[in-house]
Design a protein around this ligand. Structure first.
Ligand code: GDP
Length: 423
């Protein structure tokens, strides 16, 4: 049984919490794209955990966690993340963590290049998380990167480091006029942060195939939402990887296997980190009210998120891209601040009303068309059963189901593990 849990919107939908909850029924949780450029926040009985690279299943003792080949892994960040979790009593060993030998390594010079480019762009900056993600994916396709499996070949590593450094310095020193990097520091870096990871590195494709054959339940955990997918998202304001569910078996290392179920995580309102078009956006006091209620500050970067009402146009597109068989609606409790809830039901493009999400460049000319629905204006964060939800909340859920042509199977009403209602 292969399930993907993926984001319908711009990310930060609460995927981490839902993977943490749903992983109870799974044997394996697998990341298949991205790096440490986003964070999942999971709150359970042991405390609050921010996970950037490790799958959320790491917090469950019987779950095996996989970092798939579609990922880019900052090995220093991974070492620090593992140490932080261990301090809180989380057990990590090769028995419950497996890293693909084909995953790419994010190097310090990728982070450097990311920062240098953002600084060069000044006010035209991209809003990069400055974790080196675009540079490392670019090198992956240039075939001038390092992969996890190469840590086992130190001689080859050194000769490749020399070649890559020569090439990289053309940009670092020649283009950005920054101090050059050296092959020695790269080799040293691999010794410090790569060596301790060697026991976790394996052919995870083989492992996952065997596991699937043995009837194990595998969950794929997406890191960012559909609208950040490099191909299907709001390009170029996207991440540099494929976030969508259809890519999960490929990025995990099992292109031969098919998904059985795709669960979309969709937020009851909209949030977006960084630059780029965000049609249904609130500003000023209206934005501050929603941002404060939802605690909308980036888990990885602390940046305030842009906020707005639920967007039917973008979410319907997200549901389609994810092939979501069912949807979990998160953070419904936050909308308790409203007596009336606004919903963006269409865009106006050059005087015409549209409901199909347009090519991203056209979004700059789109204006939101809002509808108002009755709110419940009462605390729902303690509700644990459908019957306990106010009628207006159930009406809002039904309204979104109709508007987005989807089936909402759960709603989340708080950050805690049990703050979820099965519908
Ligand atoms: P992810 O990247 O999709 O996992 O999302 P983030 O972790 O960035 O953001 C989700 C945030 O909302 C976290 O702080 C969660 O603890 C919290 N959260 C998740 N679901 C709910 C919910 O239903 N209600 C509230 N109030 N908070 C939630």
């Amino acid at each position: 049984m292969l399930t993907s849990v993926c984001g319908i919107n711009w990310g930060d939908e609460g995927k981490g919490k839902m993977v943490d909850l749903l992983s109870e029924d799974y044997d394996i949780v697998c990341r298949y794209q991205g790096g440490n450029n986003a964070g999942h926040t999971v709150i359970n009985e042991r405390g609050k955990f921010v996970l950037n690279l490790l799958p959320s299943g790491i917090l469950r003792e019987n779950v095996v966690n996989v970092l798939g080949m579609g990922m880019v892994i900052d090995i220093r960040h991974l070492a620090e993340e593992m140490a932080r979790l261990r301090e809180k009593g989380v057990k990590i060993s090769p028995a419950n963590l497996k890293i693909s030998d084909r995953a790419e390594i994010t190097m310090p010079y990728h982070v450097l290049l990311d920062c240098l480019e953002e600084e060069r762009l000044k006010d035209k900056k991209f809003g990069s998380t400055r974790r080196g993600i675009a540079p490392v994916y670019a090198d992956r396709f240039m075939k001038k990167g390092f992969r996890m499996g190469e840590l086992f070949e130190p001689d080859r590593l050194y000769s490749r480091a020399k070649e890559i450094v020569e090439w990289k310095n053309l940009t670092i020193e020649g283009g950005y006029h920054h101090a050059p990097i050296t092959a020695e520091e790269i080799v040293e870096y691999f010794k410090t942060y790569g060596e301790p990871l060697k026991e976790y590195i394996t052919d995870v494709g083989l492992y996952l195939n065997e596991a699937a054959k043995a009837g194990k339940k595998i969950m794929f955990e997406a890191q960012l939402g559909a609208l950040r997918d490099v191909d299907y998202g709001i390009w170029p304001y996207t991440s540099s990887s494929l976030t969508i569910a259809a890519y999960a078996p490929i990025g995990a290392g099992v292109p031969n296997l098919k998904l059985d179920r795709s669960i979309g995580i969709m937020k009851a309102y909209s949030t977006c980190v960084g630059e780029g078009p965000f049609t249904a956006e609130y500003f000023g006091e209206e934005a501050e009210k929603l941002r404060a209620a939802g605690g909308e500050y980036g888990a990885a970067t602390g940046r305030p998120r842009r906020v707005g009402p639920f967007d039917v146009v973008a979410s319907s597109y997200g549901i389609r891209c994810q092939g979501a068989d069912e949807v979990v609606l998160t953070k419904l409790d936050i909308l308790s601040i409203y007596e009336e809830i606004e919903v963006c039901v269409a865009y106006e493009l050059d005087g015409k009303r549209i409901t199909d999400f347009p090519y991203p460049a056209l979004l700059d000319r789109c204006k939101p068309v809002y509808e108002k629905v009755k709110g419940w204006h009462t605390d729902i964060s303690k509700c644990r059963k459908k019957e306990e939800l106010p009628k207006e909340a159930l009406d809002y859920i039904a309204y979104l189901e109709r508007a987005c042509s989807c089936k909402i199977t759960y709603v989340a009403v708080g950050p805690e593990r049990d703050a979820v209602i099965k519908l």
